[in-house]
Design a protein around this ligand. Structure first.
Ligand code: UD1
Length: 387
């Protein structure tokens, strides 16, 4: 059996690592070996957004890199489809495995389906209900086309059933990203927060005494933000930056590994100089997997618009303010047992929830089948669906 797995952007890398590992394990003893190829569309190309994760998570180099790079959505999806179709025609796989909700997920599922190649979607069924989010469109199209839909939680299974997807195509397998968290938490815990900060701080930034982060009791908040809805408009981004600079960071310093898109926007809007000169808002380059995990275990509060971090915060118990109005991952919300609360980009709401959240303790939660064994269930489901 031949499988092609596709990755394109940062959040895919931590999801593919356990799957590749389980295939190697399977091939050691199984009668029918799996021939596996990894295709990287090249949507994320900076070392810090891509290569670092391959190295840290022992992901073998991609067999093929389509070199798509940055561009508009139609450009990324269109160029990926054209390039991936050629790979499919040459390689003739039995299955194409797509993950999550990035542009590669959409483009490669459409290209495969049009060539009558079976598609398996890992992390199927998530819905934010917000079709202004590019990822929601990617999720809807991919799930509509997929032959095997592997869900991370039962709410996602329900979403798919409600959309009329045949039950026989759906399998609840759990959250594969938690497999990666489980197998890397010890290594991450052994890192030193202060060193991570020193090694990754953006050079231009003046910083006072970073040694304060040496102490295991020193507090910091952790922040990430890259969604177009938060960073693409100055009238939305600027008030958030003001709140961080003038209020929250005065209280507890904020460590912010910054996404290239957000850095570009801050520069474009003339906000970069003030941010970079501030020594309570500590900007880092994008971090590696273990480094981010370590800081997450130490953060007082996470402020983020990332989906994956909402999930990691749930398992680690880090109280999380989700800078979005909706989430495709409701299982991560406090009201459902998780660690996060939706605050959108309303300044008053962020301020209010921040004050409330400061009083909360870490309360780790384990949604069903977020047990570190999802990759095995993924492979079993694929093997079953192949018979
Ligand atoms: C993509 C995903 C998003 C995911 C995010 C994680 C889609 C639709 N979006 O968004 O779901 O949460 O990845 O990071 O697929 N850039 C670089 N270097 C890189 C990559 C990007 O500098 O290696 C800059 C470019 O200016 C680019 C911008 O970041 O235009 C945005 O990158 P892009 O890949 O279009 O989307 P993300 O915002 O990263």
């Amino acid at each position: 059996m031949k499988i092609i797995s596709v990755v394109g952007a940062r959040p895919n890398f931590m999801k593919i690592a356990p799957f590749i590992k389980i295939i190697s394990h399977h091939n050691k003893s199984a009668e029918i070996k799996i021939e596996h190829m990894l295709v990287h569309t090249g949507q994320h190309y900076d070392d810090r957004m891509s290569k670092t994760f391959f190295t840290a998570l022992n992901i073998p180099n991609a067999d093929i890199n389509l070199g798509i790079g940055s561009g508009s959505h139609a450009e990324q999806v269109g160029y990926t489809m054209i390039a991936f179709e050629k790979v499919l025609i040459d390689e003739k796989p039995d299955w194409v495995i797509v993950l999550g909700d990035v542009n590669a997920t959409l483009a490669c599922s459409v290209a495969a389906k049009k060539l009558h190649i079976k598609v398996c979607h890992i992390e199927a069924g998530l819905r934010s209900g917000d079709e202004r989010m590019p990822e929601e469109i990617n999720r809807l199209v991919t799930d509509r086309l997929s032959d095997l839909l592997l869900t991370p939680d039962e709410l996602s299974t329900e979403n798919l059933k409600n959309e009329g997807i045949l039950e026989s195509k759906i399998e609840f397998v759990g959250n594969i990203m938690i497999d990666t968290l489980e197998s890397n938490i010890v290594k991450a815990s052994n890192l030193v927060a202060n060193e991570i900060i020193k090694d990754n701080i953006i050079k231009e930034q003046k910083s006072n005494d970073l040694n304060i982060f040496n102490s295991p009791t020193s507090h910091f908040n952790l922040m990430t933000m890259h969604r177009p809805s938060n960073v693409d408009k100055k009238e939305i981004l600027e008030p958030i930056i003001r709140l961080l600079l003038d209020e929250i960071s005065l209280d507890i310093p904020i460590i912010w590994p910054i996404h290239p898109r957000t850095q570009n926007k801050l520069q474009q809007f003339g906000l970069w100089d003030e941010v970079i000169l501030n020594d309570k808002l500590i900007l880092l380059n994008p971090l590696g997997y273990h480094e981010m995990l370590k800081l997450n275990t130490r953060a007082k509060i996470m402020l983020t618009d990332s989906g994956g971090l909402q999930e990691e915060c749930t398992v680690l118990g880090t109280p999380c303010l989700t800078l979005r109005w909706n989430t495709e991952r409701p299982i991560t919300l406090r009201k459902n047992g998780g660690a996060s609360v939706l605050v959108g980009n309303s300044i008053s709401r962020i301020r209010e929830e921040y004050k409330y959240t400061l009083q909360l303790k870490r309360t780790p939660d384990r949604p069903k089948l977020w047990d570190g064994k999802t990759a095995l269930r993924v492979l079993e489901a694929i093997l079953k669906a192949t018979k």
